[in-house]
Ligand binder design. Structure first.
Ligand SMILES: Cc1ncc(COP(=O)(O)O)c(C=O)c1O
Length: 365
C-alpha cells in the first residue's frame, strides 16, 4: 500500500505503508460494500432484519451448532458467552495469557462478576492435567468452578493453534467435571485453514464459541457467539443488557455473509506471508521461535539487537512499517489481506536498515 504525503505543500513524496499491527485493519472488499448498500434491512431487536437472520443461520450452520448471535465485537461475544453460562461469583479457568483475561478491560470480572483462575499453557494450549492441578473440590471456602475458556488461535502465544484432539481432551475432561467449554475462536478459521480441516472439527468439541468477522476475514464490524438455542436466547438478552441490541444491523451482516462465504480460503496467503516474514526477520538477527509461527501472527524479541520494542517500532514507523508491542522486548506483526509479498520484502529491508543503524550507533557509543 502506498500513501502520498504532501510535504510543506511544495512537493509530494510517495511512501509505502505496511500496516502489520493487526488483521483488524483490513478494509471491506468492494463486494462487501455493495452488499451493505443493497442489504435488505429490518429492526433486529425485533428479530426482523432478514440479513442478520441469514448471517446468524449461516454462522450456526458453518460451525455445526444450533444458533448464533451477531455482536458488535469479539469482546462483546466473549462477554455474553461467559455471562450466559456462569453466574456472578463463579470461577472460570483460562490460559494465563488469554485475550479474555489480558485485553478485554477486565469485563469478565467487572461486568460478569467472574473470578479468573489462570493456568500456564504451552504455546497457548492447556491440557486436562493443567486444569486438574488447579481445580478445587467443592468446599464452603471456594467459589464454584463452572467453565473453561480456551483460545484458538492463541493471540499472545503467537497465533498458535489447538488441534481438534487437544480440544476434545479438554472437553472430555470438562464433561466429567460438569464444566462447560467456551472457545475464543476470534481466528478459528486461521486454525482450520492452516490444518486443512473443516472448522467443525474444532467446534464439535466446545459448548460455545465466538469468532470474528472483522479480522482476517476483512468485514468491517462484528463477531458471532455460537452454541445451542437456549444459550443464544440467554446471550441475546445479555447482549441487550450490555447495550449491544442493534437495529438495522443488516448493513453489518451483509459484509459478514461475504466474509464467511468468500474470505476463508485466502487466509492461507496470510500464513505463507507470515512464514516468509518470520524467516527473514530471523536473518535480520531478532530472536524468534519459528515453531510458533503457525498462522498469521509473528512475535519476536528485539532486545538481542540492543533495543527495546518501542524504539524498534518507532524506527520502523519512520520507514512506513507499523507493528505492535507485546511487552518491553517483544514485537508483534500480523499479516492480512492488505499485505502483499512485496510488502513483506519491503518490511524486511526496513528491518535490516534499522538493525544496521542500531549496530552502527552501538559501535560509535
Ligand atoms: C483472540 C482474540 N479474542 C478476542 C478479540 C476481541 O475482538 P474485538 O477486538 O473485536 O473485541 C481479539 C482481538 O484482537 C483477539 O485477538
Amino acid at each position: 500500500m502506498h500513501i502520498c504525503l504532501m510535504v510543506r505543500n511544495y512537493y509530494s513524496i510517495s511512501m509505502r505503508v505496511v500496516d502489520l499491527r493487526s488483521d483488524t485493519v483490513t478494509l471491506p472488499t468492494e463486494e462487501m460494500l455493495e452488499a451493505m448498500r443493497s442489504a435488505e434491512l429490518g429492526d433486529d431487536v425485533y428479530g426482523e432484519d432478514p440479513t442478520v437472520n441469514r448471517l446468524e443461520e449461516l454462522a450456526a450452520e458453518k460451525m455445526g451448532k444450533e444458533a448464533a448471535l451477531l455482536t458488535t465485537s469479539g469482546t462483546q461475544a466473549n462477554l455474553v458467552s461467559v455471562m450466559s453460562q456462569a453466574k456472578r461469583g463463579d470461577e472460570v479457568i483460562l490460559e494465563e495469557e488469554a485475550h479474555m483475561y489480558f485485553y478485554e478491560v477486565g469485563a469478565f470480572s467487572a461486568l460478569g462478576g467472574l473470578i479468573p483462575r489462570l493456568v500456564k499453557g504451552n504455546m497457548g494450549v492447556i491440557t486436562p492435567n493443567d486444569v486438574d492441578a488447579v481445580l478445587r473440590p467443592s468446599d464452603i471456602h471456594f467459589p464454584p468452578t463452572t467453565m473453561i475458556c480456551i483460545e484458538n488461535t492463541h493471540n499472545r502465544a503467537g497465533g498458535t493453534m489447538w488441534t481438534p484432539a487437544q480440544i476434545k481432551a479438554i472437553h472430555d475432561f470438562a464433561k466429567e467435571r460438569k464444566l462447560s467449554v467456551h472457545m475464543d475462536g476470534a481466528r478459528i478459521f486461521n486454525a482450520a485453514v492452516a490444518q486443512n480441516l473443516d472448522v467443525r472439527e474444532f467446534t464439535q468439541h466446545v459448548d460455545t464459541l465466538m469468532f470474528c468477522l472483522s479480522k482476517g476475514l476483512s468485514a468491517p464490524i462484528g463477531s458471532l457467539a455460537v452454541g445451542d438455542r437456549e444459550f443464544i436466547r440467554r446471550a441475546r438478552k445479555c447482549r441487550k443488557m450490555l447495550g449491544g441490541g442493534m437495529r438495522q444491523a443488516g448493513v453489518i451482516a451483509a459484509a459478514g455473509i461475504i466474509a464467511i462465504q468468500k474470505m476463508v480460503n485466502r487466509l492461507n496467503e496470510d500464513h505463507t506471508n507470515a512464514r516468509a516474514l518470520a524467516k527473514g526477520l530471523q536473518k535480520v538477527g531478532v530472536s524468534m521461535d519459528l515453531s510458533r509461527v503457525q498462522t498469521n501472527i509473528v512475535i519476536y524479541d528485539v532486545r538481542v539487537l540492543g533495543i527495546d520494542a518501542r524504539d524498534w517500532i518507532s524506527r520502523l514507523g519512520l520507514l512506513g512499517v507499523k507493528a505492535g508491542a507485546v511487552d518491553a522486548g517483544r514485537v508483534r506483526m500480523v499479516t492480512h489481506r492488505g499485505v502483499e509479498k512485496d510488502d513483506i520484502e519491503y518490511t524486511l529491508s526496513a528491518a535490516q536498515k534499522v538493525s544496521e543503524d542500531i549496530r552502527k550507533e552501538l559501535r560509535s557509543s
